[in-house]
Design a protein around this ligand. Structure first.
Ligand code: OGA
Ligand code: NI
Length: 385
């Protein structure tokens, strides 16, 4: 290992430890927030429970540093920046497909984000998914609390803030997580409020995911089936988020900045807005577009594409309007015990383009991600050669 690499590794280790200490001491707010977190967690009612109780201010453990919430990186002069919107209508026509592949390649290597329209998921299905997640969250607490859990092995679980005890500050958000494939739980384990429609949506999302992995393979100059043959589309999990209206939206966030620790994410959002991507050092809004789905490159796709595609940092602002609802479909297989290693794709390597990452299993990757609270030290940096 070169002296440079050794120095880099040292700095990396120090940064990681410092970040963990920062995380455990809670945002420089020097008070022991653990009892408050536990009281909140024990209600099993999430952020929605707080709002329903009539609170008019944000409890201290949700308060983020101004650095975290500020918009200083967003610059009004750059509002002409827009995440690309890609029309998939003519995906099966040769000439049009070429153009779509080109657009997806550019979007994935520059933004790491794009929106797709005419994607074959019917609008009434998408609307019903959003309605069912709202229904799930707005039913009496005694129904939801039965599946409230922090057990990562559970294929279906509801909680508020997966990283509640590790994060520097809590987010204004509750989440229902449902493993859909492979090896889903018996259907009765999904909440009744959204069972049927999530199963239906999962079928559509599987097909769209396969189509997107084909387009992404082609954009990398590979055989259409390369990414699916590697197993990128073998599994997916739904993270169904509920962001209640927030009384002091400038003090906290709906979702701390992060990159997704999966291959690819397809996201359905309702019309409230608040999702932002960091692009050229500016926070750029990803506005809800009727009929569109947001697609973003995950860190594992960045690894196997050897940085040809970028997993971009993104976050969700809190909002005085609400609730905001979203369903993030993560293409990942971290529930599977597989030892299969994912490393940069051979065909993309050359003397000019040496491998930039060590291989990792999907499970090891997500375990590292989950071991730190958000904003996490990038798991990508850890694998960097
Ligand atoms: C996520 C995510 C954004 C949203 O689940 O990783 O970034 O709009 N969600 O809910
Ligand atoms: Ni995300």
């Amino acid at each position: 290992m070169s002296v440079f690499a050794l120095c880099f590794q040292f700095i990396e280790t120090m940064t990681s430890s410092l970040q963990q200490i920062m995380a455990s001491t809670g945002n420089g707010l020097d008070y022991d927030k653990e009892p408050e977190l536990k009281t909140f967690d024990d209600t099993k009612a999430g952020v929605k429970g707080l709002v329903d109780s009539g609170i008019q201010s944000v409890p201290k453990f949700f308060v983020a540093s101004s650095e975290e919430t500020c918009n200083e990186k967003s610059d009004l002069r750059h509002t002409h920046f827009n995440v690309p919107i890609i029309d998939l209508r003519d995906i099966d026509k040769v000439g049009a497909r070429c153009e779509i592949v080109k657009e997806i390649g550019i979007a994935s290597s520059t933004w790491g984000f794009f929106q797709v329209v005419n994607h074959d998921i019917p609008q009434d299905i998408a609307d019903e998914v959003i309605e069912s997640i709202q229904r799930f969250n707005e039913q009496p607490n005694h129904v939801k609390e039965k599946i409230y859990s922090r057990d990562k092995m559970k294929k279906v679980r509801f909680n508020s803030n997966f990283d509640l005890y590790k994060a520097r500050f809590a987010n204004w958000r509750d989440t229902l997580s449902c493993l859909m494939a492979p090896n889903p739980p018996p259907p009765e384990e999904y909440p009744e409020a959204c069972r049927e429609i999530l199963l239906k949506f999962s079928k559509y999302v599987t097909k769209l995911g396969q189509d997107l992995f084909k387009l992404l393979s082609e954009a990398l100059g590979l055989n259409s089936n390369h990414l699916t043959n590697m197993g990128c589309a073998d599994g997916h999990v739904f993270y169904c988020h509920y962001y209640p209206a927030c009384p002091e939206p400038n003090l906290t966030l709906g979702h701390t900045k992060h990159r997704d620790p999966d291959f690819l994410t397809i996201l359905l959002q309702n019309q409230i807005g608040g999702l932002q991507v960091l692009h050229d050092n500016h926070w750029v809004n990803i506005p809800p577009v009727e009929g569109a789905l947001v697609v973003n490159v995950g860190e594992l796709l960045q690894v196997i594409s050897n940085d040809k595609f970028k997993a971009a940092e993104h976050r969700v602002l809190a909002n005085c309007a609400g609730p905001r609802l979203s369903v993030a479909c993560f293409f990942t297989t971290h529930f599977e015990p597989s030892e299969k290693l994912f490393s940069p794709i051979e065909e993309l390597l050359s003397d000019d383009s040496p491998p930039l990452y060590r291989g990792t299993t999907v499970k090891a990757y997500i375990d590292f991600f989950a071991s730190a609270g958000l904003p996490a030290y990038s798991s990508l940096t850890r694998l960097r050669l």
